[in-house]
Every structure is written in C-alpha cells, then in structure tokens.
Design a protein around this ligand. Sequence first.
Ligand code: SAH
Length: 352
Amino acid sequence: MSQPSAELVALVDQLASEHHLDDEGYRALLANRSPELAELLAEKAVEAREPIYGKKVFVRGLIEISNICKNDCLYCGIRRSNTNVERYRLEPDTIVDCAREGWELGFRTIVLQGGEDAYYADEVLGDVVRRICESCPDTAVTLSMGERNRESYQHLFDAGASRYLLRHETANPEHYARLHPATMSWEHRMQCLRDLREVGFQVGAGFMVGSPFQTMEHLVQELRFVEDFKPDMCGIGPFIPHHDTPFRDEPAGTLDMTLYLLSLIRLIYPNVLLPATTALGTIDPRGREKGMLAGANVVMPNLSPVAVRKQYELYDNKICTGEESAQCKGCLGLRMNLIGYEISVDRGDIRK
Ligand code: SAH
C-alpha cells in the first residue's frame, strides 16, 4: 500500500473543486495511477455525481439496426473488408416494433445504432424516427449512425431525434489516422460533432481506452477535449480486439484504466452522462457495476432482436448476445440493486 503523495491529493482536490487542471496536472494524475489514487478519485467522482444524479442509473435501449458499413475502421469487427461477417439490416417495421417493445418494458430512451449503411438515407431513417416518436410517447430517440452531413442531421432532428452519439475515437489527429483508413478524417469527425451541436442535438462523444498506439499524451488530450467540448454524453470503453481485423493481436484496454478515466471525466464535468459500456462488461463480469462505483450513471441494454445480435460483433466475446430484451433489463436492474443503485425509467436527460 502506498498512499498518494500530498501533491497528487492536492491535484485531485483541485480537480474536484475547479473541474479543471492544466496538462501538467492531468499528466501527473495519469502517470502516477495507483490503486489508492484510483480509489480516491472514484470516491470524489461518486461525491460529485451525488447531488446531480444520486444513485439513479439511466437506461438506454440499444437497437443495432444494421451491420452493413461502408467504412473500414481498423479496430471494428463489422468493417467493410471483413468478409466473414454475415450482414443484416433490420427493416423499418422491425425497428419500430423493437422500440415499442422497449417502451412497454419501460425504456424512455431508444438508441438506434448501426454501420454507415446507405439504405438508411435521410428519408428512410427520418421516417423510422417519426414512427418511433409516434408509438413511444415521452421517449428520447437517440441516433448513432455515423458521419453524415449537416443537412442530414437537421433532417433527422426535425423528424424528432433529440440525441446523437458519435464517438470522436481519439482526440489526436495523427492517432486517428492510424486507426482509420485514409478515406476518413479526424477533422470531418470533429466537424460532425460541431454540426450536431449546432443543429440542437444533445451530443455524445467518446473514445476507446487502450486502442492501438494510444499514449499517455493522447489521454491528456482526451481529458482536455472533455474539458473544452463538454459533450453531453461521453462513451468510453476498453478497446477489445476482433479476430477478423488488422488489430487482432493487439492487447485489449484494461478495466483499471477505464475506471480511472471514468472517474476523471466525472470530475471534469460532473453533469456528464457517462455510460458503463458493454465493452466494460465484456472485459470484466462486473465491469458495469464497477463503472457505476467509479462515477458512471448510464447503462445501455440490448434491445436488438436476438436473431441478429451475434452479427453485430464489433469485438470478440461481446456479452448479452443470447438474452431477450426483458431478460437483459431484469439482469441489469438486479445488478444495479445489488450495489445500491436503482434503474430510472425517465428519459434521463442531462441535468445542468
Ligand atoms: N457507425 C457508428 C457506430 C459505431 S459502433 C459510428 O460511427 O458512430 C460504436 C462504437 O463502438 C464505436 O464508436 C467504437 O468506439 C466502438 N468500437 C468499435 N470497435 C471496437 C472494438 N474493437 N473494441 C471496443 N470498442 C469498439
């Protein structure tokens, strides 16, 4: 056991009260990570979350609408060049039925996520959004359908979607270039985030922890990005290799580093919506519970039809691909109750 130095404790206190550190400060906290410092940060993170969200956990029902994708992200199992994937696309009627089933289970946020599938052009996707809004009262429709142009985002917002998740993946342009093919750019991804915000969406950004080539300096930049951009939501989860990608032999990100970053992000922006991701639950059987105890306040159970769940395999060994939606919700509810948390059925908008 080594207690954190007085300097490190002072940095944690400063972060907890001012929600800001200079790069040197973030660097010191990241470089001197220890179980004891992690515990202190987690304690402060829970304390910062307490007056805003308490022990309430917001649930988002996730429907994975298509694994067809024009992109070729090097880390992703459904990248275009992976010919071993059995491709699928849910029809609009199926998606609306799935959303309604979620609504009946008590979900008041429905997330539609998918690859960049040309079938889901503005008219088609907008129509699905409109139909979900009609059949699911008081529900926030969230989209996570990749990069589109501003007019497209406006169209989807006008159709009734109110949130959009688009992880920036890394705050460093050179690092971005090593994770993506040359056809994709960090600048465009960032432009999309700005467009989404200007259109009026609540915006979710985020990055993978321990993605190939990620350095400590990149993590300093991640924290700077959260401080500056203040995304309404920040999805972070460990990178997990997929056997049919160029990164198949790369090591996965770690539980401890992910929890540490969750705590830091909560302290930088106490109001942020912070999911304990499926990837976190995949690398550790109690990953999502540990995420809550480190400062997270959102979980995203799977609402996709069981028949297609295994095909939306972004990384190896993804959990919850065998259960029905009701089982997933029940399981998560129990898991949260066991650590003294409670699932909340409201829309779960950011409180600020
Ligand atoms: N096409 C949408 C949805 C992408 S899937 C979009 O571009 O936003 C959602 C997230 O899964 C990605 O943003 C990425 O951060 C994460 N992901 C993809 N492959 C992963 C892997 N191998 N390990 C961990 N997370 C991964």
